[in-house]
Design a protein around this ligand. Sequence first.
Ligand SMILES: [Zn+2]
Length: 141
Amino acid sequence: MRVTRVSISLEKRANDGDYGSEKSEVELFADLEPGDEPHTVLDWMMATARMQVEHDLLQSPNLKVRQALIRKVRRCNRCSEPLADDDNGYLHPACRDAEDAEREERYQAAKRRNDEQERQQDERELVIARDGDDDDEDLPL
Ligand SMILES: [Zn+2]
């Protein structure tokens, strides 16, 4: 079997924020020549149709319609690179691991500081206790 004709249809409707909407619709048909790859032709047709409907709606005098065309790219909170659609969180998995490692490092550093302060405090108390003994010995009878 040889595919000889392909078509695509794309419709985009954008709410105008005032009980109405604007719509752009594109329908494309192509007759394939021998050697044409249907998928390649369809990809091109869909990209063309998408460009056209977006172009149409971006010409709207209505701000809401134009805003509906803005593609919101979700970005990683750590590296600001775009997130894949199947990344559900706010970070790339590698960035999440890095954040976890940094949090753990901060925790360990705080723990070391705290341990050091407790050790110094214990030493001071030991010195005071020892000085106290000395003072007792120095007391005149
Ligand atoms: Zn990232």
